[in-house]
Design a protein around this ligand. Structure first.
Ligand code: NAD
Length: 389
């Protein structure tokens, strides 16, 4: 988050400058430029899973672009919401940057107001509510949503590295990351190898008693804990499977023998559970991905650049990562966002500044006679000679 803000501060003087596009002969003498206009008053609604970052990074971009901002932190990360509500007024003008706390009903009240831009991070279900509310006033909206991000593993990979990167992406923040690899697609042979490696990696990271490891976080609340236990009923547990409701602890769990219409393969998991769905080959995997909603990110692990390209060219997703998980989110110069049901619009770095900026097209002429003479053909009365100019 600090790096995002530093990046904005470093580049802002350049970003705010009017852009000078190419001009045609007709506009040779004119001042043609794009003026970066703030939208006005922006509403930023955050999610709970990275409660500071997901609120303050878009807020920083909106402020950089010159907007006033209403901040709505998630009520589910209540301590962070309280911290934001107490801290922001100490540093920012409360009239321009008010914080509004609360849950669905307070957010619904906010959405009844008219804003100049709405930036929402959260579930696809609530994203539809936000979009419908924005529509009433034709308010432009960015929706940073969720969904199921697939991860294909090809047999050519160096498996230990792949397993580490995939499990890290899955288990960071206990799987409660919008871009966590949601499920694995691979061959039956790779499934067995993946499971054997995963057992070793989990032991290396968390020891014999995973529950006592300080390096694995917990599920946010009982609602999500119970929802995840429900999802664990799909397929068969190959690794893990233990849980403890008193701590909202769920052991990193790998499920096999899942069916495409099992709840775990239909709903975003958002927890430390990794189902493996076996396919015959890469083409089956692409078919499987394309038969579902467009994901927020697609992960492909392969040593073959041809195969990686095949996935990139033949699928649509918000982002695409080969031989890595999650890390694309930290590249300041890449836009971050979804497509289709995983979102619309993007931010981070210059893309955040542009999101909160109306690109005003400006044409400036002078009133000198030469220009007026050149332009006179447009005035009536019209004649054949004028129209041939
Ligand atoms: P959520 O949609 O439940 O809540 C997000 C925000 O919407 C909160 O501020 C909440 O108060 C508000 N809200 C909830 N119900 C509402 C309603 N009925 N009407 C109006 N506002 C309402 O999402 P969440 O549980 O906080 O976050 C998890 C989801 O967010 C996952 O799907 C995850 O993938 C997604 N997510 C996406 C990104 C991204 O950058 N694309 C990042 C993090 C999380």
């Amino acid at each position: 988050m600090k790096n995002d803000i530093k990046h904005i501060l470093y580049h802002l003087n350049d970003w705010v400058k009017p852009e000078k596009p190419d001009k045609s002969f007709v506009n040779m003498l004119d001042d043609v430029h794009i003026y970066n206009d703030p939208f006005g008053v922006v509403l930023v609604i955050g999610a709970w899973n990275y409660p500071l970052q997901l609120l303050l990074v878009p807020v920083a971009a909106a402020i950089a672009a010159g907007n006033c901002v209403v901040l709505k932190p998630s009520e589910i990360a209540g301590n962070c919401a309280k911290f934001i509500a107490e801290t922001i007024p100490k540093y920012l003008d409360n009239d321009c940057y008010p914080v509004v706390c609360g849950g669905p009903s307070e957010t619904a009240d906010l959405l009844n107001q008219r804003f100049d831009y709405i930036f929402y991070t959260g579930s696809t279900r609530v994203g539809k509510i936000v979009h419908a509310a924005a529509n009433k006033n034709l308010t432009p909206t960015t929706l940073e949503l969720g969904g199921k991000s697939p991860c294909y593993i090809d047999k050519s990979v160096e498996l230990r590295t792949a397993v580490k990167r995939i499990l890290w992406g899955k288990l960071i923040n206990c799987g409660q990351t919008c871009i966590a690899p949601d499920y694995i697609l691979c061959s039956k042979e790779m499934e067995q190898k993946f499971i054997a490696e995963a057992r070793e990696v989990l032991k290396e990271w968390y020891g014999d008693n995973i529950q006592s490891s300080p390096d694995l976080s917990r599920v946010i609340n009982q609602n999500n804990f119970q929802r995840l236990l429900g999802l664990m009923k799909s397929g068969r547990v190959a690794v893990g499977g233990k849980y403890d409701a008193s701590e909202r602890f769920i052991e990193p769990t790998i499920l096999v023998d899942v069916k495409p219409d099992d709840p775990i393969m239909e709903e975003e998991i958002f927890g430390p559970i990794l189902p493996i769905y076996t396919v015959e080959n890469a083409y089956d995997a692409i078919k499987f991905i394309n038969a579902r909603e467009k994901p927020l990110v697609l992960y492909v692990f392969s040593n073959s650049s041809k195969l990686i390209k095949e996935f990139k060219n033949n699928t649509t997703s918000g982002g695409f990562c080969s031989n890595e998980t999650i890390m694309h989110v930290g590249v300041d110069t890449l836009p971050f966002g979804g497509v289709g049901m995983s979102g619309m619009g993007s931010y981070h770095g210059k893309y955040g500044f542009d999101t909160f900026t109306h690109k005003k097209s400006c044409l400036g002429k002078n009133l000198a006679m030469l220009g007026e003479k050149m332009a006179s053909a447009r005035y009536p009365p019209y004649s054949d000679r004028k129209s041939s100019l």
